[in-house]
Design a protein around this ligand. Sequence first.
Ligand code: PLP
Length: 396
Amino acid sequence: MAATSPLYETYARAPLRFERGEGVWLITEGGERYLDFAAGVAVNVLGHSHPHLVEALKAQAEKLWHTSNLYQAPGQEKLGERLIANTFADKVFFTNSGAEALECAIKTARRYHYSKGQPDRYHIITFEGAFHGRTIATIAAGGQQKYIDGFGPKAPGFDQVPFEDLDAVKAAITDATAGILLEPVQGEGGLRTFSPEFLKEIRALCDEHGLLLIFDEVQCGVGRTGTLFAYMQMGVTPDIMAVAKGIGGGFPMGACLATADAASGMVAGTHGSTYGGNPLAMAVGNAVLDVVLLDGFLQNVKGLGLQFRQGLEGLKDRFPDVIEEIRGRGLMIGIKAKVPAADLLQALRSEHVLTVMAGDNVVRVLPPLITTADEAREGLARLEKAAEKLRAEKLR
Ligand code: PLP
C-alpha cells in the first residue's frame, strides 16, 4: 500500500487487498480466502466470476461497447421488456448507479405534476433512517445531517418524517407534495422493514391525495429478500421504483421503473445520460436476469434466508450478550449487536467473513444469492466463533 494514498480520503478502507473472487469467496493478493457476506454491499447477487456473467460481458466486449443514447438500443429494449414483464412498470430509464436511479425517480415524480399544470408540487416525503445516495438531491432525500453538512444549502423539497409514523405522514402532506419515497427494507438505516399494513396505508394516502409512491429498491431489490423485488411481499405496488446494485451483479448500472402514467411527464429532452443503458451493462443485466428468473432460484433464496434466520436466532439465544436482534428478510439480514457493531464486524473479519456496517448498531449480512447451504453453514459456524471470542473478551 502506498504510504500516502492518491485517493480521496472519503472511505475508511479495511486493510485488505483482493485480487480475485470465486463464487462466495474473495481472495487477497496474499492468497487468503474470505467468505464474502458483504457481496459488494448487496451488489454481487451471483457472487464473483459467475461464468454466465463473464461469458455475457466477454461476448458483448468483442462486439460493441458504447453507442450513446442517440441510436436505438436493443440491449435496453430487451432488459426493459423483461423488467416490465416481471414488475408493475410500463417504462424504464437506465442509469449507471443507484443515486442516478433515484434522481430519475425524483425528477419523474416532479415532472408528472408539472406536466399536469402543478409546477409547485415538488415536495417528496421521506423517512428517518433512509439512504438514497450521495448526490446533492439524494443526500437531502436521505436527510442524514452527516451526509448533508458542508455541501451548501440542502436541496429543497424533501420533508422527512419518523419511521412508520402515519400521523406524521398525514401531517406532512400539503398542496406542494408530489410523492412519498421509501426503501421497503431500509439498508444503511439498520435493516428496518416497513410493515405491509403501514405500506397499505401509505398507498391509500397516495391514492387519496394524487401522490406518487416511489420505492427505492436499490439495495433490497433483485432477489435479495426472496422475491424479485421486496414490494412483491408487501401487497403494495409503487408508481415509480429505483433499482441498481444487484441488477448489474457488479457491473455499474441502475434503472428507474415507472407506470406509463407516472412517466408521462418525461417527454423528449427532459432527461438523459451518456452511459445509461450502455451495451456492456445491458448484456450483464440481461445475464443477471437469466439466472435470477430461473425456475426455483428465488425459492432457493427464501430457503437460504430461512436457514440463516434459524441459525442466527439460535446464536442470538446462546449469545444474548453479543446479539440483540435479528432483522431483515431473505438474504438481507441485520444483526443488531449488543457489543459495538464495529467490534462484531471486526471479529467476523478475523474469522475471514466479510460483512457491512449499518446504522442502529447493526451489522449487515448480505450473502450472494448463489450461496450454497454448506457455505451458509460454514458462515454460521464462523459467526459462532466470532461471538464466542467477543464473549470471552467481554469477560476478561
Ligand atoms: N438507495 C439505497 C437504498 C442504497 O442502499 C444505495 C447505496 O447504498 C443507494 C440508493 C445509492 O446507490 P449508489 O451508491 O449506486 O449511487
